[in-house]
Each structure stands twice: as structure tokens, then as C-alpha cells.
Design a protein around this ligand. Structure first.
Ligand SMILES: Nc1ncnc2c1ncn2[C@@H]1O[C@H](COP(=O)(O)OP(=O)(O)OP(=O)(O)O)[C@@H](O)[C@H]1O
Ligand SMILES: [Mg+2]
Length: 497
């Protein structure tokens, strides 16, 4: 592609205490291209985006847009050039409706006119191919639906340069297809896009060029047609990295977690079990009831009827805290809302859930908290300059690792992982898979909810499929195929696909 350069970043530097987030970073963006940006968690991708939107100011370097050079871009300059950003973390207002969020900040007459909002919103959703009631409140939506609303919000402003920071992280295959369709359509309209994702296969589907960054520095820009997955991985991590699924051992047929006819507020009725030493996958579309089940297991959502047993003993969990006492820990899907306390340090987050176990005495406790935190920082390679760094200052993927550490540190017998590797880079994914395997080998039971088909097929010993709140199938490892899992998870209750 020999299009003109419409955006040029020249030697951008941004420092935070203890971290150089961007280090003399340069990049060219050509008009009409989809330019992917890849790099490990904490490489500086989101920081770069924030320099473009005017959310933060770099200390050095220049940004040239449409031929005008700036040393600092303000939010207004950014908007004037038609730069729109869909941030990695959802930024919607829970207590407003979908339409109010999409149209937020713009005036359509003096009063809030719901008819007008509905119309504006309906048109955008129509173009996106998304079905969503504009009058619904955001807190009523699934994470995936919220992500679609975020995208609608950016599109409603006629973006010329659209920046998507991990837009597909909370989406399942179907929704990713909708988004890609949309990206192709926007491209035809000559919208230029920066696309950030840890799912490398997406890069090859949708991007024209890809830039790799590492530790805040520029590594290489390539045409996607002239590189491959393995090369990208090696450039990202700076060494040769092989992707393999860890070998499994010590699987027993002794049930550690038993779920019997559990139903909640939704129309669910779920029975399943996970044996000691087993990793069991739970597959389903958005809205199938997977997250609700996970939340009921730990008492975060009320259970209407049914029974849960851990190691043969019936347990009643009225709160996640009680669930931990009863041996069940949950790693939730939404790290911002449920997972981590944003305004607390990494140390507090990791140890909070089991503080009383660590020590009764305050001075011993402080030491123990530090030691425990350092252990998990090492184990999960959490990139943080200090043990007490506030979680909100970590990169998205590193926040996710803190959420993992928090639950792992409770030493629960049964661990429920809800989308464990969402937003995690390829290298760290392998570490997490090894860790899950190790936990299972030690005799724990792992229930893994995942929308990542490769991960489901690669990591699970058994897979249950869920649709509309009911189990539609159970597959043993020798019967795993992607087609079979997809078929079962989209089956309705009459047994029709
Ligand atoms: N407000 C802040 N205060 C202190 N440090 C920060 C802040 N924002 C980012 N950082 C640090 O800057 C570095 C780059 O972070 P950034 O969020 O850009 O990474 P990323 O490439 O987007 O990673 P991920 O894939 O995990 O989202 C990280 O080390 C992060 O801890
Ligand atoms: Mg990021």
C-alpha cells in the first residue's frame, strides 16, 4: 500500500515512576489501512493510544496528523482530527441506558429526547448488524454487549482514525465476525484503524500491516502477508517461544466438585461434576448461563434451588468469602468491576481474600504480605515496578494477572476460571496454562469457562456445553472437535441446532 501517511509518531517518550512506558517510539500510519499493534502485557500499547487521544502528554517527541505537527495532543485536537478511541477498559456509565451512553456528550435539543436517542442508536446498531434494545440499562448487559456499545459510541462520532484497544477480548466468535465485517465496511469508507489484540490469528485476518513493540520500544513494522504467527511471537518476547499444551497426569475419577440441578434467576438447570486432578471446560455462547453458574457456585449470585458439594460435603455459599472457606475460589471475567480493587496496591489485592490466614500479628503480617505478593509477581510474571503499586496503574493484562493471583493465593480446592486468559499475551498465556496444569496435578479440580476455542480444546480433559441455561452435551477428550463443540453449544432445548 502506497497511501499517504496521515499520522506519524516521532520519537515519543513517556515515563512513569519506575517505568519507561514509551521509549523513543516511532510509527507511521497510512491512510485507509488497518494497522495492528502487538506486544506483551505492559509493552506500552495503551499508553501510546492515550497519547493520541490526548488523555496523557508525552515528555518527548512529536505527533504529526494531517500534516500538522504537535508536541502535545489535547482531547480537542484529537477530536478535531477525527481520532476516536475504543479503550481497553469499558468506560460506560452503568446507570444510563444504552442510547444515553452512545450519544453521551452530544446535544439533541434541550431535553433528553428518548425518541431521538433511540433513532440515532438504532441507525448505528443497524449499520453494525447488532441487535440491542437502546432503552436497556448498561448494568443489564453482558460484558460482550457492553463492548459493542463502546464501539457504537465511537462510531457515532464519524471517526476518521479509529483506534481499537483489544476490542475482541470479551467477544465470542460470532461477535468477532460481526466486528470484522464492520471493520471491512469502515475500511471501504476510508477510515484508518489502529487495531490492538493479543489474539494473533485476528491480526492476520484483518490487518494490512503490523507493528511489534517491546518494553516501550519499536521493534519492527511488517506487511501481515510477509510475516507469520511464530515470527510475531518471537519478536514480541525477544526470544524463541514454542506454543505447546502442557501434558496432563494424575486425573482421577473422584468427584471433588458436584453441581446438582442448580438454578438461579435465569432459566437454568445445571448438573455437572469435576474430578480431583481434572480440568473441565465449559463452552457456550454469550448468555448461555456460564458466568451465572460460576457466580452461583461462589455465592456471588443467589441460587434458587439445587445443591453444590465439595469433596462429598454439601456447601451453602452466601458470599465469595464463605465460598473460599468452603474450598471454592472464582477468578471472575470482569477484572474492573469484580476482580481487582483498582485503588489498592498489588500486595493488598493478592492477599486480601485470605489475610487472616497469613498472620494475626500486624508486623509479621506486613512481611508475610510482601513475601506472598512477591511470590505471585514472580510466578505470573506480573509487570509492576513495586509490590504496592496501585492496580489501576498496571497495564490491562497485568491487572488480569493480579486477579488470578488473588484467587490462587487462597489455595482453594476447587477453582473456577472465568475467561482466564482474556487480554493476556501469548507468553503469559503459556505460563498460566502451565500453572493450571500444576494446580490440577496437585489434586485440585478446575472448571474453566472459556470462549477461546483453541484453549478449550487444548486445555480441557472433558468439556461440557451449555445453551440457554441447560447442558447440551458432555465430551470426552478423544471426542473433541471444534465442529462438535460449536454444534452442541448452539443447540436449543428442543435439540435442534
Ligand atoms: N498511570 C500509570 N501510572 C504508572 N504506570 C503506568 C500507568 N499507566 C501505565 N503504566 C505502566 O506503563 C507500562 C505500559 O503500560 P500499557 O498499559 O501501555 O501496556 P499495554 O501494552 O497496553 O499492556 P496490556 O497488553 O497488558 O494492555 C506498564 O509497565 C504500566 O505498568
Ligand atoms: Mg493495554
Amino acid at each position: 500500500m502506497d497511501n499517504e501517511v496521515i499520522l506519524k509518531l516521532d520519537h515519543i517518550t513517556k515515563r512513569y515512576p519506575g517505568v519507561v512506558a514509551l521509549d523513543n517510539f516511532s510509527l507511521d500510519l497510512k491512510a485507509g489501512e488497518v494497522h495492528a499493534l502487538v506486544g506483551e502485557n505492559g509493552a506500552g500499547k495503551s499508553t501510546l493510544i492515550k497519547c493520541l487521544s490526548g488523555a496523557i502528554t508525552p515528555e518527548g517527541g512529536t505527533i504529526t496528523v494531517d500534516g500538522r505537527e504537535y508536541t502535545e495532543i489535547t482531547p480537542k485536537i484529537s477530536r478535531d482530527h477525527g481520532i476516536e478511541v475504543v479503550y481497553q477498559e469499558l468506560n460506560l456509565i452503568d446507570t444510563l441506558t444504552v442510547a444515553e451512553n452512545v450519544c453521551f456528550g452530544r446535544k439533541y435539543g434541550k431535553m433528553v429526547n428518548f425518541k431521538v436517542l433511540d433513532k440515532v442508536c438504532g441507525e448505528i446498531f443497524g449499520e453494525m448488524g447488532v441487535e440491542l434494545n437502546p432503552r436497556k440499562y448498561v448494568f443489564q448487559l453482558s460484558t460482550a454487549q457492553q463492548q459493542l456499545v463502546e464501539i457504537a459510541k465511537a462510531l457515532s462520532k464519524d471517526a476518521r482514525i479509529l483506534v481499537l484497544d483489544e476490542p475482541t477480548a470479551p467477544l465470542t466468535n460470532n461477535e468477532v465476525d460481526i466486528l470484522f465485517e464492520l471493520i471491512r465496511r469502515l475500511k471501504k469508507k476510508n477510515v484508518t484503524m489502529i487495531y490492538i489484540s493479543h489474539r494473533l490469528d485476528e491480526i492476520f485476518q484483518i490487518a494490512d500491516r503490523v507493528t511489534v513493540m517491546r518494553d516501550g520500544t519499536f521493534v519492527k513494522t511488517m506487511e501481515t502477508g510477509e510475516t507469520n504467527r511464530q515470527e510475531l511471537i518471537n519478536l514480541m518476547v525477544g526470544r524463541e517461544l514454542k506454543e505447546t499444551w502442557p501434558a496432563r497426569k494424575n486425573i482421577t475419577s473422584e468427584p471433588l466438585l458436584e453441581v446438582c440441578h442448580v438454578s438461579g434467576m435465569g432459566d437454568t438447570d445445571i448438573s455437572l461434576h469435576v474430578n480431583r486432578g481434572e480440568i473441565v471446560g465449559l463452552a457456550g455462547l454469550v448468555g448461555a448461563g456460564r458466568t451465572e453458574l460460576a457466580r452461583m457456585l461462589v455465592g456471588a449470585d443467589p441460587m434458587k434451588s439445587g445443591e453444590i458439594r465439595v469433596n462429598g460435603r454439601r456447601v451453602m455459599n452466601r458470599s465469595p468469602k464463605q465460598a473460599i472457606k468452603n474450598g471454592i475460589g472464582l477468578i471472575p471475567e470482569d477484572r474492573k468491576r469484580q476482580g481487582a480493587l483498582q485503588n489498592f496496591g498489588v500486595d493488598w489485592n493478592v492477599t486480601l481474600a485470605h489475610l487472616p490466614d497469613i498472620s494475626k500479628y500486624i508486623f509479621v503480617r506486613k512481611k508475610a504480605v510482601k513475601a506472598e505478593t512477591e511470590k505471585y509477581i514472580g510466578l505470573l510474571k506480573i509487570k509492576t515496578p513495586f509490590v504496592d503499586q496501585l492496580v489501576r496503574n498496571l497495564s490491562g493484562g497485568n491487572q488480569q494477572k493480579v486477579v488470578l493471583a488473588k484467587t490462587l493465593a487462597t489455595n482453594s480446592q476447587v477453582i473456577v476460571f472465568d475467561e482466564p486468559t482474556r487480554g493476556i499475551d501469548v507468553g503469559a498465556k503459556n505460563e498460566i496454562y502451565n500453572l493450571m496444569t500444576q494446580l490440577a496435578d496437585e489434586g485440585r479440580a478446575i472448571l474453566m469457562i472459556s470462549s477461546d476455542m483453541e484453549e478449550l480444546l487444548g486445555m480441557s480433559d472433558r468439556i461440557y456445553t451449555l445453551s440457554e441455561g441447560r447442558l447440551t452435551g458432555e465430551l470426552a477428550r478423544e471426542d473433541f472437535t471444534q465442529a462438535r463443540v460449536l454444534e452442541l453449544m448452539s443447540q436449543n432445548q428442543e435439540g435442534n441446532p
